[in-house]
Write a protein of this length. Structure first.
Lengths: 148, 127, 663
């Protein structure tokens, strides 16, 4: 999170992308020079089902303002069924975050195929805007972890 | 094409006419085929096109026995009889469109047959 | 202490135009453990790679971070370079500052800042990288083909041609499958038996091919290159090695009233039988459901007449176990049961037949010796109605949602053959669409219409009613002339949909391969990997993967063979080392990971552990087979005790990246 009085709030967004579809989709949006904000930082994982809900909580604890998880479209998973696990796990995690009072728009799951560079960029633009509106994540951030 | 009318027919029938693959099995199985000007498969197609007024004016809507043979045998689950019924309903709902007057009815009753309206009603609500 | 080298690539101006590469190199040089940080024009070039190699040697690097293009592009390049300099290739990490930074951002300040953060995350990750070595797993040079129809035969012959041993497992007493039952083949009208039976003989005589007829796969264990399969050889009560196939027993057998499944139940066979004259292996089989000797111990005629003493009433099922490197599934199809379509009167009237039954009725080796007669009264039919799409292209509740693909063509074939042999017969074909994509297919169908005057009517048969005079009333719609037709037919032929064989689903479970909702095996990629299943080492041949005609089946059979040969040629296979592994001390043996694994890579073993008090305890712990694991990581999240982790993407590595990005 970076707040500067002169500048507008710039959220920190962590994106987990599966290696086979979404990471390739992100590469494609680069190849096509489709802009999205620098706020988004991508972490490559083999499959969206590799993302432990702990990673998302960790990101929030360390001061991320939004976390987005991208995987292959249902039915297209490179590992056949990984994104179905993701869908279930994230449903559970999001309902828990909801219970904790974390705004629903701070987290998102999106299916992006390797061919959907435009969709990747559009999703990131949209998501960054949504998180910007919500302001900094204060509820889950651990102040002891904040950089000095 | 009357979009409202089409929407009304689609809603009251609950049928997705786009599921039809134009095989014509409904018309192949229909016992009142020869009585009808427009046949079951035409009902489905014309409703899809939105050409409903033509159907409403046709005698065909009263020729359907609601035997549900077409519903039973349609490979795609389109339910043509429900479409016919919905067009019939649309015709009934028109103002001044009465086809029979009350005093004509007794002469039309057949002592030996169960009343068609009752039989069809039972079928309609059973399905 | 780690010694990490960071190399920032300009990629000409691709990166350097929007990212201040010197600033990135400078910022990353202050990261913990970084001993050298430099930038270069083209890291992927020969000299760029040499830069990395030299630095590894000179600075004794324990980890390398390359800030460049996507790892999907050049990860392997840099891994190879590292390996040639003596560094484990899995100690290299790529920070993607081109596709995911310089190419999408315009402002130099923010893009540089992001590039630094991405580089920092990669440095944080590489701190926790561990050297990984690819495992080699040996390949057993033998293939198993499940199903002995034309698909299985073709695959087996092609694999044998390459010099590998192949076993065919066929559940019926003979190989040949559905093609053996077919009379003629479209679009050339050559006789199916004439082209199939030589192949069957070739298979039986090939020194590399072993045929296990009347056998079924019982259990499959293992993984690509190393499957262990148990095959149940069902008791046929005849010693295969002794029987000469003379057929004397089948002649003398007093129990002659057994429906002949080869002729679709249209005639009878004896309790001891050879399915058809050209059966391979040509060995008799006793049907225990009808044999009087086996049922109540009275008879024994066959054993008395057999001159070689092959009859053995005491034979029992035998289980054999064999090891294979590759498995090809060729389980084929069956026509669907037509009981629920009572509008077609299939179960009421013997003269309403399926197309496969018509094949037998017209076949020279069929029940009528090749003369087309009505099954009911053995008279010549004068009017025949064909009904297309019976059970195909239906709503899920009414039948199969797919097009069975072969019916249009075989119906054109039947119609043509009938019109040619019996010109006095009127043939009507009721169709919804005529689908004839394929070489010479549409020409064939047009010939049926134009030369043979087959009446093709666009419409569907609504009702079939058997009449008391032996005729069959057919009520149908003719959509083009907009009228309802009533035809008095002598025979009605239904083009029944085809479905995968019933044994396919239990087999898929055994093989841990995937199936679609219609029980067809799913290919690894619908376009680019059409003959492989998603499970390594399992290949698909023929109609088990989807409806197919004979040319297509043979093509796919050969393609599956090529893929299997490609695997069998290797002495060993290299496995991806980024696989899951379980910390046995943490594992509680709960089976959560086993349930989510799509590959069946996780098994449980009982292992002895030494306890702190010097006693030993046996615990159930998860064990991952690295040759089977594909490294998706589903198990790592499912594991409640945190015992399961993934090489190359470990929990701590991903956490370190998260922390570095959020710092």
């Amino acid at each position: 999170m970076q707040v500067n009085e002169n500048k507008e709030f710039q959220p920190l967004i962590v994106a987990f992308c599966c290696n086979w579809c979404s990471y390739a989709g992100a590469d494609l949006s680069g190849t096509n020079r489709l802009n999205y904000p620098t706020n988004v930082k991508i972490i490559r994982v083999p499959c969206s089902c590799r993302v432990n809900p702990m990673f998302i909580l960790r990101a929030f604890q360390r001061g991320a303002d939004g976390v987005i998880l991208c995987g292959c479209h249902p039915g297209d998973c490179h590992y056949t069924s990984g994104n179905y696990f993701t869908r279930r796990r994230m449903t559970l995690l999001f309902s828990m975050l909801d219970f904790l009072g974390i705004e629903r728009d701070r987290t998102r799951v999106e299916w992006v195929s390797a061919a959907e560079g435009a969709k990747f960029a559009a999703t990131m633009n949209e998501f960054t805007e949504a998180v910007k509106k919500l302001g900094p994540n204060r509820r889950l951030e651990d102040l002891r972890c904040r950089k000095q | 094409m009357n979009k409202n009318l089409k929407e009304q027919v689609l809603r009251s029938s609950g049928v997705n006419v786009l599921k039809c693959m134009r095989c014509g099995k409904c018309s192949g199985t229909c016992p009142s085929y020869d009585e009808m000007e427009y046949h079951p498969h035409q009902f489905v197609y014309m409703v899809e096109k939105g050409d409903i007024e033509t159907l409403m004016k046709s005698e065909s809507i009263y020729k359907c026995l609601t035997c549900f043979a077409c519903v039973d045998r349609c490979p795609r689950g389109v339910q043509p009889a429900k479409v016919v019924e919905a067009v019939r309903l649309a015709a009934v709902r028109q103002q001044d469109g009465n086809r029979l007057s009350a005093d004509q009815i007794p002469s039309l009753l057949d002592e030996d047959l169960p009343q068609q309206a009752i039989v069809t009603a039972m079928r309609k609500y059973a399905k | 202490m780690q010694r990490i080298g960071v190399f920032v690539c300009h990629c000409g101006t691709n990166i350097a135009a929007t990212v201040d590469v010197k600033a990135v190199a400078e910022a990353l040089s202050h990261e913990p453990g970084v001993v050298i940080s430099q930038d270069y024009q083209y890291m992927c070039s020969e000299s760029g790679q040499n830069l990395v190699k030299d630095a590894i040697k000179e600075h004794k690097l324990s980890g390398v971070v390359i800030c460049s293009c996507s790892p999907r592009m050049h990860e392997n390049t840099f891994r190879k370079a590292a390996a040639s300099a003596g560094l484990n290739p899995y100690l290299v990490e790529i920070a993607n500052i081109r596709e995911q930074c310089s190419w999408i951002h315009k402002e130099i300040a923010t893009a540089t800042e992001k590039a630094i953060i991405l580089g920092r995350a990669a440095v944080a990750k590489v701190h926790l990288n561990t050297p990984l070595t690819s495992m080699e797993s040996p390949v057993v040079k033998r293939a198993l083909v499940i199903g002995g129809g034309i698909a299985g035969i073709q695959t087996a012959l092609d694999i044998a041609e390459a010099g590998f041993d192949v076993d065919i497992v066929e559940k019926k007493p003979t190989i040949g499958g559905k093609m053996a039952q077919i009379d003629k083949t479209f679009p050339t009208l050559d006789c199916a038996a004439c082209i199939l039976t030589p192949k069957m003989v070739e298979a039986s005589q090939n020194e590399h091919i072993t045929i296990h007829s009347f056998s079924e796969v019982e259990e499959v264990k293992g993984f690509v290159g190393n499957f262990t399969v148990k095959i149940r050889k069902k008791a046929r009560y005849v010693d295969e090695t002794k029987c000469t196939g003379c057929g004397l027993c089948t002649e003398k057998c007093p129990m002659k009233k057994v429906p002949n499944e080869f002729n679709m139940g249209l005639d009878n066979r004896s309790a001891v039988y050879i399915p058809f004259a050209q059966a391979v292996p040509k060995v008799a089989t006793i049907d225990p459901n009808y044999c009087m000797m086996l049922k109540n111990g009275k008879c024994g005629v066959c054993s008395k007449v057999c001159s070689v003493g092959a009859i053995d009433y005491k034979q029992e099922d035998r289980i054999i176990e064999e090891k294979y490197g590759a498995i090809v599934v060729a389980t084929g199809f069956d026509p669907i049961k037509l009981d629920k379509y009572d509008e077609f009167a299939y179960s009421q009237c013997p003269d309403v037949v399926t197309s496969l039954e018509l094949e037998r009725l017209m076949n020279a080796a069929g029940p009528n010796g090749g003369t087309l007669l009505r099954p009911s009264d053995k008279t010549h039919p004068h009017t025949i109605v064909f009904v297309q799409c019976v059970g195909s292209r239906c709503d899920d509740s009414k039948g199969k949602p797919y097009c069975s693909k072969i019916c249009c063509m075989y119906t054109a074939k039947h119609a043509m053959l009938i019109r040619e042999k019996y010109p006095d017969t009127e043939v009507y074909v009721f169709y919804i669409d005529v689908r004839t994509p394929g070489k010479n297919f549409d020409e064939f169908y047009r010939r049926a219409v134009e030369q043979y005057n087959v009446h093709y009517i666009k419409g569907m048969v609504g009702k079939v009613t058997p009449k008391s005079d032996g005729k069959i009333g057919v009520q149908a719609s003719d959509l083009l002339s907009n009228e309802q037709l009533h035809i008095d037919a002598d025979m009605v032929v239904l083009a029944a949909a085809i479905e995968p064989d019933k044994t396919a689903r239990p087999l898929a479970t055994m093989l841990t391969t995937q199936m679609d909702t219609n029980d067809f095996f799913t290919e690894a990629h619908p376009k680019l990997r059409p003959v492989e299943s998603a499970t390594a080492g399992i290949f698909l041949s023929g109609a088990c993967q989807g409806p197919k005609d004979i040319p297509e089946t043979v093509a796919q059979g050969s393609a599956a063979a090529a893929k299997a040969i490609g695997l069998l040629c290797k002495n060993s296979i290299t496995c991806n080392p980024c696989v899951a592994h379980s910390d046995e001390l943490k594992c509680n043996g709960c089976s959560s990971c086993e349930k989510v694994c799509p590959y069946g890579a996780i098994t449980y073993i009982e292992k002895e552990f030494r306890m702190p008090d010097r006693t030993t305890a046996i615990r159930r712990v998860a064990s991952v087979n690295p040759a089977v694991c594909q490294g998706c990581g589903a198990c790592t999240v499912a594991c409640p005790s945190g015992a399961m982790d993934l090489n190359g993407f470990s929990n701590s590595q991903i956490m370190a990246e998260v922390d570095a990005i959020c710092k």
